[in-house]
Write a protein that binds this ligand. Structure first.
Ligand code: PEP
Ligand code: MN
Length: 370
C-alpha cells in the first residue's frame, strides 16, 4: 500500500507528523518514506510494507496531508502501474524532464576514445539543439583482451566538454559500484558542468548486488537495460531492485534479445514491448536500435536498418532513443560497425521527430476508445 501525500507537503509540519504517528501504530506494518522530485513539485510517498490487506485506507485518506492511497499488486511494487494508479510517471534531472509522454534522443559514442572525437560529437549535438548524449567510459566486453574503456581517467575532460556544449545529461554505463563515486567525484572536481544518467548494461541486468548499490545512491537517475536472455518479467523485477533501495528515477531500455533468430541483425528487435512496459510500469521507455541491429546496412529505400528500427520503437511510443554515432567509425574502439556518421545526425533526428509526431497522431486517432 502506498500513501501519497499532497504535493510539496513539508515533512517537518504537524500535518505530516500526524499521518506518520497514525501509520506507525498500525500492527505488523513497516514504513518506508520516498521522495519523488518532479519538474514542478516534490511528492512524498510512504510505503506500507507487511500485512497491509487488513489496513483500512479510508481513515488514512481522511488526513489533511494525504492526497490518496493506492493498493499495490505484488509485482513491481514501486515502479509498477497499479489499479487506480494516478501517480504521474517520470522525473526531472538537471533541468531535463523524462516522462512516459515526452521524447529525447541520446546520440553519442559507444565508448569514449579521444578528446577530438568527443568534442566533434558534442559540437554536432549542440548545433542540432540536443542536450543529451551517450558516452561509455566503463565498457563490459565479451573478451578480457578487448578495450575495457578509459575508466575514470577520461571523466574530467568528458564532463568539461559536455559543459562547454551545453550537454545536460550523459548516459554512462557503470559496471561496478566504485564507478558511481568516481563519476560523482569527477563531476564535483570539474564544478558539475553536466549530469550523468547511470546505465546498467544488459549483461548486468541481474547483477543484484550492483543494482542494490546503484539503488542506494540518490544523486543520479538510471537507464536500465533489459536482460538480453531473460524474460520481460525478470527484467522488470530486476529494475524494481533499484526502486526497492530508493531509486525510482529509472528509464527502462529495450535493446534486442540474444540469439540467432534476429540474424543478420545482432539481436532480435523487441520494440513491440514498448507499450507493454508503459502499461505495466510507470517508467519512461527507451529503445537502443544500435545494439539491436549491430550494423550500418540499408535497404533500397536508403533508410538505415538502425533508423528503421528506432522509428518502430518511437512510433510505438518510446520516450527515448539511445544510439551510437562516431565521427570516424573505422577508428572507434568499440562497436564501430554499428555507429552512424556525423553527417547522418540531422536526418536521424528529423526521422525520430517525425516518428514521434506520428505516434502522437496515432494517439489522437485512438483517443477515447476502450
Ligand atoms: C552499450 O549501450 O554500450 C551497451 C554495452 O549496451 P548493452 O548493455 O545493451 O549491450
Ligand atoms: Mn556498444
Amino acid at each position: 500500500m502506498i500513501v501519497i501525500l499532497n504535493p510539496d507537503t513539508d515533512t517537518d509540519s504537524e500535518e505530516f507528523k500526524e499521518v506518520i504517528a497514525y501509520l506507525e501504530q498500525l500492527p505488523n506494518i513497516a514504513l518506508r518514506q520516498h521522495e519523488v522530485q518532479g519538474a514542478e513539485q516534490k511528492l512524498t510517498e510512504i510505503y506500507l510494507l507487511g500485512d497491509t490487506h487488513k489496513v483500512n485506507q479510508e481513515p488514512i485518506e481522511a488526513f489533511n496531508a494525504v492526497d490518496h492511497v493506492i493498493r499495490i499488486s505484488e509485482e513491481y511494487r514501486i515502479l509498477g502501474r497499479h489499479k487506480d494508479e494516478r501517480r504521474s510517471a517520470g522525473f526531472s534531472y538537471n533541468g531535463v524532464e523524462f516522462t512516459q509522454d515526452n521524447f529525447h534522443v541520446f546520440a553519442g559514442l559507444c565508448a569514449v576514445d579521444i578528446p577530438e572525437h568527443v568534442e566533434m560529437m558534442m559540437r554536432a549535438l549542440a548545433e542540432h539543439g540536443q542536450v543529451c548524449t551517450r558516452m561509455g567510459a566503463y565498457k563490459p566486453r565479451t573478451s578480457p583482451y578487448s578495450f575495457q574503456g578509459h575508466g575514470k581517467s577520461c571523466l574530467p575532460w568528458v564532463f568539461e566538454l559536455a559543459g562547454k556544449y551545453g550537454i545536460k545529461v550523459i548516459a554512462m554505463e557503470v559496471t561496478h559500484e566504485d564507478h558511481i563515486d568516481e563519476i560523482s567525484e569527477a563531476l564535483q572536481t570539474t564544478g558539475n558542468p553536466t549530469g550523468v544518467m547511470l546505465q546498467i548494461g544488459t549483461r548486468n541486468t541481474q547483477n543484484f548486488e550492483l543494482l542494490k548499490h546503484v539503488g542506494r545512491q540518490r544523486e543520479f537517475p538510471v537507464l536500465f537495460k533489459r536482460g538480453y536472455g531473460v524474460t520481460l518479467n525478470e527484467s522488470l523485477n530486476a529494475a524494481e531492485y533499484l526502486a526497492s533501495e530508493g531509486t525510482s528515477n529509472v528509464i527502462f531500455c529495450l535493446r534486442g534479445m540474444h540469439g540467432s533468430a534476429g540474424a543478420p541483425h545482432r539481436n532480435m528487435v523487441d520494440f513491440a514491448h514498448v507499450p507493454v512496459v508503459k502499461r505495466l510500469t510507470r517508467m519512461p521507455v527507451c529503445v537502443d536500435p544500435s545494439h539491436s541491429v549491430g550494423n550500418r546496412e540499408r535497404s533500397s529505400d536508403h533508410i538505415l536498418d538502425v533508423a528503421h528500427t528506432a522509428a518502430q520503437g518511437v512510433v510505438a511510443g518510446a520516450n527515448m532513443v539511445l544510439v551510437d554515432f562516431h565521427p570516424e567509425p573505422g577508428k572507434a574502439l568499440v562497436d564501430g560497425p554499428q555507429a552512424l556518421l556525423m553527417q547522418e545526425l540531422p536526418k536521424f533526428l528529423e526521422d525520430m521527430n517525425a516518428s514521434h509526431a506520428f505516434y502522437q497522431q496515432r494517439r489522437a486517432i485512438w483517443e477515447n476508445t476502450n
